[in-house]
Design a protein around this ligand. Structure first.
Ligand SMILES: CC(C)(COP(=O)(O)OP(=O)(O)OC[C@H]1O[C@@H](n2cnc3c(N)ncnc32)[C@H](O)[C@@H]1OP(=O)(O)O)[C@@H](O)C(=O)NCCC(=O)NCCS
Length: 389
């Protein structure tokens, strides 16, 4: 493609010649408009965010032989966008779009997206979807106004700092049990298979080395025998899985207000000296840090809120054992899961109340399904994939 200033070439990522150049590009591209913002360190592996997906692709844009843009895409079979029929679809996820600040507004971003869409179509993808911050005007205008993506959900990203110095308490009446991957898989297939974007290869996710495990919580008194997937569950129960994102990439908060830094240092000092006070200390997120991602959150029953809370406390205590893990992240939204937010410990300042998910039908016959999805007044719960974080 030619622009007024030169020729834009889109091609596949080549590890031998692009690796360093991509890292430099990532360094100068901040995502979102406002400070503070997140900077990502891929630890020398530019495709770390997609390599765990069943199929993936990374494209780069060159402008006068300079690497000026990048985009990534993954493909999976998932339960997609269907209120009427729960049948598997081929879903393509677009992520990691970056264009060098000196080369913006000359069509590079839109070109990269069109190219990844072509790649999706060639692989039989029914729907493409992407996620952006609601306030990222450039991204929203590009995907929604220019390229006809439609907004379909705004789940919340909830972030909770990990205290190095104190653990969180869990009620002695609540039992937390780790499931085998087989058990976890059968429970997910039984209870979450109709969730929006539920991955059909959930077994691959659960068996991945980055998946630290799946735990369920239930009241000791309400259920005496061992939890079995083939027997009726207790009255109230909750389940979640944990993914070790620390081993994939690192983050750093840039341009944070000075008050955050002062609060961070002071609160950590008090927490270290008086751990028994269990104060809410802000972990060091201003230097490189990693995080655990909680996914596959599901619960049932009248007491499920307290069980979800206990599971989150448990994950916090697990995360304390990992030196690099400074925060715990989860993303929840749509359907009844909205009500659970109050039970998931998080800091409002660090969280994002509305992450914007957009979708586009790549096959004409799927357009009516998309219209149905947008019209739906009670959006269904989304399964947020740890491989796509
Ligand atoms: C978002 C981003 C990829 C856009 O790349 P780009 O190459 O400048 O995009 P394009 O030139 O193809 O722009 C196409 C259209 O998008 C919209 N757009 C792009 N940047 C915009 C901006 N800063 N403000 C408003 N609209 C914008 C416009 O409609 C534009 O068409 P126009 O130039 O004819 O008005 C780039 O700004 C970027 O890398 N930002 C930082 C990383 C990021 O936020 N990535 C998105 C994460 S989902």
């Amino acid at each position: 493609m030619a622009s007024d200033h030169g020729v834009i070439k889109i091609r596949d990522y080549d590890d031998n010649i692009d690796k360093i150049r991509i890292q430099n590009l990532e360094r100068i591209c901040k995502v979102g408009q406002m400070a503070p913002f997140l900077l990502m360190d891929t630890m020398g592996d530019p495709i770390c965010r997609i390599r765990n997906s069943p199929l993936f692709k990374m494209l780069v844009a060159e402008f006068n032989n300079e690497l000026v843009g990048v985009i990534q895409g993954t493909i999976k079979i998932a339960n997609c966008c269907t209120n009427l029929k729960d049948i598997p679809s081929v879903a393509g996820y677009i992520l990691g779009l970056r264009v060098s600040p000196l080369h913006r507004r000359i069509g590079i971003g839109s070109n990269l997206i069109r190219n990844i869409e072509e790649c999706f179509v060639a692989n039989g993808v029914d729907f493409a979807y992407m996620v952006t911050e609601k306030d990222n005007e450039a991204s929203v205008k590009l995907f929604v106004d220019k390229l006809n993506f439609v907004k379909f959900s705004t789940p919340s990203i909830l972030v909770d700092p990990v205290s190095q110095y104190h653990s969180k308490s869990i009620s002695p009446n609540i039992r937390i049990m780790k499931l085998t991957t087989d058990k976890a898989e059968s429970l997910y297939r039984k209870f979450m298979a109709t969730t929006e974007l539920f991955p059909y290869d959930i077994d691959n996710i659960l068996r991945n080395n980055l998946s630290l495990g799946t735990w369920i919580a239930y009241h000791e008194s309400g259920f005496r025998s061992e939890f079995r997937s083939d027997s009726p569950p207790p009255n109230s129960w909750a389940m979640l899985s944990v993914w070790n994102s620390c081993a994939v990439f690192k983050l750093r908060v840039g341009k944070a207000p000075i008050t955050w830094k002062i609060y961070g240092k002071t609160s950590r000092f008090i927490d270290r000296v008086f751990p028994c006070m269990k104060i809410r200390s802000l972990s060091d997120i201003f230097n490189r840090f990693g995080f655990y991602f909680m996914y596959g959150l599901y619960c049932e029953g009248p007491d499920s809120g307290s069980l979800v809370h206990s599971l989150c406390q448990f994950v916090h205590n697990l995360a304390r054992k990992c030196k690099d893990c400074k925060i715990i992240v989860t993303e929840v939204g749509g359907g009844d899961i909205e009500k659970l937010k109050v039970h998931i410990p998080h800091w409002k300042t660090l969280s994002c109340s509305e992450d914007l998910w957009c979708v586009k039908a790549l096959k004409i016959e799927e357009q009516s399904t998309i219209s149905e999805l947008i019209r739906c007044t009670h959006p269904r719960t989304i399964f947020v994939e740890p491989r796509e974080v």
